[in-house]
Design a protein around this ligand. Structure first.
Ligand code: ZN
Length: 631
């Protein structure tokens, strides 16, 4: 008994000492004499003050599904059985757009079933309207392709299984039938098996359905042997495929960076987990419709987009950056320089954004490099900053980093608007529209804050973290209800892991090879704090892929990607073949369309240029028509 009491007293004592030390450290961080702001610790450019206009964050307005229920009947017909905000159809919208899959939303089953391929969203069960179930049952029997997900009764047999069980204990999925035409392209080990969640961190995985009692063999299975993806072939050519999870929800949680840490590596390698399922959806579509056309993801009909980015967050980097830029300029490429406007001395570094920066900054601009923002404070705790007033101004905005865990005076809006103001003040040829926070710290309010402060593009997560190697549209509050007109360009390769970058060139090229199989983005981060081996890496990378990749800044690729995001297209049959109609609200260049292999482009170059099944269309105008003959 005495021993228990003695141990208890000891534990209480140790806890008290720990708490005291924690509080002491915290108060020291907050009142650190080395980082307390004095008159001398703020660099002031004489006469420079702004921005004068306030930044206003708009309240959230739900995006309506009706936005995607207009236009011609073409592409995948998504039958929304639940069009409310409880269903995550916006995830399908964003993935289909990124992957170039045409689609249209329907709530009327008869209208939907006029198409070749119908995706029933978000799922069906025994309580689904029997009239709808009967019509869907009939659809593959008369030659249509039905795609389902989360089917739990109602259509089990239609999709070719007998039993469905919901579970959140499936962490992995693997391909089990490589003979299937829609799966045979997946040969990389990372594609043969994909990840849904990290079992070390989460006791529950994403919600999934186990399908069993199959009529045929499964296309993809869980480790428990039950099916994730089923296929049923019908005598008249119809097909039915069923996925074991809500692909829309998965897309939203992954790209909102709210998913269950499913990535198997964080950066510097290939992580196709989510991309794989949408490539499968695309394959189902193109193999099921005789007029299936999809939209490419890379400019100039190249196979890969390469964005080289440089973060300037250290004194020497300001000057080293020019060394990199000169090499890039000589090679006739443009890259992105994310600039920290550090005018305050703090725990991180001295206030290097002073008069000496102006000349090297303008040198980058004169070589046509993109100037972008890398925040003011570069705080590790930016994600915890308050939103701010939207009236923060230079030189009175004073975010002071006092330790790794404490920053005073910073705000989400202040970091965005003040850094942009300073860069825009000195650089007259271009306006800052791309942002990368320090340490990739990601506030929930960032998407709407980007819009409020005049940005359009961010690069603030790793591709592996969000399970996709394609850019994507951002959502208000990184949530589920409103899409905002801003896009993310996730990072693929960085420069801080070991071994040194130049020793990792082969592995970076191997990642580029995998991503280029489906037109992905390789976004590379090189801090110019060191020239030697980092410069060597960049030269080696460019020597290897400069001719095969489309090399772009975040701004230029972003502008093209944002315009592409609004492109719609459809196909009409005529006496001689097919017409591809392109609707593009903004004129744009260099769109690639993938067409059926039996089609030959009849519209001459330079307007349209066919190579195999890809057709590069130049100078896209609204209402443009490209003609094809078909065997
Ligand atoms: Zn940085």
């Amino acid at each position: 008994m005495m021993r228990i009491i003695r141990n208890l007293i000891l534990i209480i004592f140790l806890l008290a000492v720990g708490y005291f030390l924690f509080k002491y450290k915290q108060s020291r961080d907050e009142a650190n004499p080395l980082t307390d702001l004095t008159k001398d610790s703020v660099y002031i450019f004489p006469g420079v003050k702004g921005p004068m206009n306030a930044s206003i964050v708009q309240p959230m307005h739900r995006t309506s599904w009706k936005k995607y229920a207009t236009g011609e009947d073409y592409g995948i017909a998504v039958l929304l059985l639940d069009s409310s905000q409880n269903s995550n159809w916006m995830g399908l919208v964003h993935a289909f757009k990124s992957f170039g899959i045409p689609f249209k939303f329907y709530t009327n089953v008869d209208e939907a079933l006029k198409n070749d391929v119908v995706y029933v969203y978000p799922g069906v069960d025994a309580s689904t309207n029997p009239v709808i179930l009967a019509k869907l049952t009939n659809f593959p029997q008369r030659g249509g392709t039905l795609i389902g997900q989360c089917v739990d009764g109602g259509l089990d047999q239609v999709f070719g299984f007998n039993t469905s069980n919901g579970t959140n204990q499936n962490y992995r999925i693997r391909i089990s039938n490589f003979n299937s035409p829609i799966l045979k392209e997946f040969t990389d080990p990372k594609e043969k098996e994909i990840s849904l969640a990290n079992p070390q961190l989460f006791k529950e995985s994403e919600g999934t359905f186990n399908y069993s009692g199959l009529m045929g063999s499964p296309l993809m299975v869980y480790p428990n042997g039950m099916a994730f993806l089923t296929e049923r072939d019908y005598a008249g050519g119809g097909k039915a495929y069923c996925f074991g999870m809500d692909l829309g929800y998965w897309e939203l949680t992954a790209t909102d960076d709210r998913a269950l840490e499913a990535h198997r590596t964080y950066v510097n390698s290939y992580e196709p987990s989510m991309d794989l399922v949408f490539r499968i959806v695309r394959n189902i579509y193109t193999s099921s419709s005789k007029t299936a056309v999809t939209l490419g993801t890379v400019q100039d009909n190249k196979k890969l987009t390469l964005c080289i980015t440089h973060d300037i967050d250290y004194t020497l980097s300001v000057f080293n950056a020019v060394v990199f830029a000169k090499m890039e300029f000589a090679r006739k490429i443009k890259t992105t320089y994310f600039y920290q406007t550090k005018y305050i001395l703090d725990w991180n570094d001295k206030a290097f954004f002073d008069d000496s920066v102006v000349k090297p900054l303008l040198a980058l601009d004169s070589m046509k490099m993109e100037i972008a923002s890398h925040s003011v404070a570069h705080s590790k705790v930016y994600m915890d900053f308050p939103l701010g007033t939207g009236k923060e101004m230079y030189p009175t905005y004073h975010p002071v980093v006092k330790s790794a865990t404490f920053t005073s005076g910073g705000s989400v809006l202040g970091e965005l608007r003040v850094s942009k103001f300073l860069l825009d003040h000195f650089v007259k040829d271009q306006q800052v529209i791309s942002f990368r926070p320090g340490n990739l710290a990601l506030p929930y309010s960032l998407p709407q804050s980007l819009i409020a402060t005049g940005y359009k593009y961010s690069s603030d997560v790793t591709a592996n973290d969000v399970l996709t190697h394609l850019p994507y549209q951002l959502n208000y509050d990184r949530a589920y209800d409103e899409e905002v007109p801003a896009f993310e360009f996730p990072l693929t390769i960085e420069d801080e892991a070991l071994p040194q970058m130049d020793k990792r060139l082969d592995s970076a090229l191997a990642v580029a090879h995998e991503i280029s199989k489906y037109g992905g983005l390789m976004c590379v981060l090189i801090h110019p704090n060191v020239v030697s081996y980092k410069y060597k890496f960049e030269v080696g990378l460019l020597d290897s892929i400069q001719n095969t990749a489309h090399i772009s800044t975040i701004r230029d690729f972003g502008d093209w990607w944002a315009a592409r995001n609004n492109v719609r297209f459809f196909v009409l049959k005529n006496a001689t073949g097919y017409q591809l109609h392109i609707i593009s609200p903004a004129p744009m260049d260099n769109l690639t369309f993938f067409v059926p292999s039996t089609w030959t482009c009849a519209t001459p170059a330079p307007t349209a240029k066919q190579t195999g099944n890809s057709v590069l269309v130049s100078n896209v105008t609204n209402g443009m028509i490209i003609n094809f003959t078909a065997k």
